[in-house]
Ligand binder design. Structure first.
Ligand SMILES: [Zn+2]
Ligand SMILES: [Zn+2]
Length: 331
């Protein structure tokens, strides 16, 4: 990478533009790829992001999380001190973006988190050519080969049919995974009311204002007595806390790319592991690099080594960027 994009303590910094991308500490000026909390943090002076990212940050951090919030549309071009900036869809969650930077004829794409599978709740990943592609590596090992999401979701529906005396308590990430799962269930004809933990409701309601129809949803607190057969979604952390103890006869599920790993299923005591991820799997990472066909690839945010050694063999000029402060928690 040329000297105008630098890794600093607060994150990836664009020197001529004088802004950070997804900084991990408060800065004067930040470009935000998407609203997951490890990328979108409060208390920057100024942010530039899509409307959905700005709105979801407002829901999570209250209105005064940032003084100046500038919206940018997908495809819109902005010039910041001679750096041309454009946001294009990343296919990860609603409002998620890859950030395209062009300075003195050199193009860099900061892809943020991304996936390539169809997702009704967001716009699909857009391929753009560049000189340097910065890619995430959350699932960058050949063992990660995400299965078809419809087959996975059908497991939930079949389990509810076959175990109608039990409550199904399923852990999902509040932003993205929850709403994508609900859409997949609805598409397969599941039209029962779905009960949501309070932590999932606000964001799901926001999706509805963006005209993503989630069907009949209710707060778990609206029902006193679960008789069995109900589907309850909650954040993964709630699966084993005190809140979950009020459900007696339960089947516990978890919807995550990590459910490929047997050890994690055991560790988290999951009866119904469902492998659905909002990140690219191994083949999708490789295919994406091929399609973007950059000269240089920088890998960050996950299992970097395997992807780096593969890309090196294929002749890419590549290196590890290893930005800190990003977690696996939004898979
Ligand atoms: Zn994310
Ligand atoms: Zn992330």
């Amino acid at each position: 990478m040329k000297n105008w994009l630098i890794k600093k303590k607060s994150g990836l910094f664009c020197e001529p533009g004088n802004f950070y991308i997804d900084p991990i500490r408060p800065v004067d000026s930040a470009l935000i790829t998407h609203a997951h909390t490890d990328h979108a943090r409060p208390n920057n002076k100024k942010i530039l992001a899509t409307k959905e990212t700005i709105n979801i940050m407002k829901i999570r951090y209250q209105d005064n999380y940032c003084k100046t919030k500038q919206q940018i549309k997908y495809g819109e071009k902005i010039n910041i001190n001679g750096v041309h900036v454009k946001f294009v869809p990343a296919g990860h969650i609603i409002g998620s973006a890859q950030i395209l930077l062009e300075y003195k004829g050199e193009k860099v794409i900061v892809s943020g988190d991304y996936k390539r599978r169809y997702d009704k709740t967001c716009q699909p990943f857009e391929i753009n050519k560049c000189d340097t592609f910065i890619t995430e590596a959350t699932f960058a090992l050949p063992v990660f080969n995400h299965p078809n999401d419809k087959i996975e979701v059908k497991k939930i529906i079949d389990s509810i049919k076959g175990n109608s005396d039990q409550v199904h308590l399923i852990g999902v990430y509040a932003l993205g995974k929850c709403q994508r799962l609900i859409c997949l269930l609805r598409d397969l004809g599941f039209d029962e009311t779905i009960y949501l933990h309070g932590a999932l409701l606000k964001i799901s309601n926001y999706y509805e204002t963006e005209e993503i129809d989630l069907g009949s949803l209710k707060n778990v607190t609206e029902i006193k007595d679960f008789k069995g057969g109900e589907l309850v979604l909650c954040p993964p952390s709630a699966l084993h806390d005190r809140w979950s103890q009020k459900f007696k006869n339960v089947i516990k599920g978890f919807v995550s790319g990590w459910m490929t790993i047997r050890q994690r299923i055991k560790q988290k005591n999951i009866n119904l592991p469902i492998v659905i991820s909002d990140h690219a799997d191994w083949n999708e990472l490789i295919d994406t690099v091929k399609e973007v066909s950059p000269e240089n690839v920088l890998v960050t945010h996950g299992r970097e080594e395997a992807l780096l050694s593969f890309l090196k063999k294929k002749g890419y000029n590549c290196g590890s960027l290893n930005l800190l402060g990003f977690e696996d928690e939004d898979d």
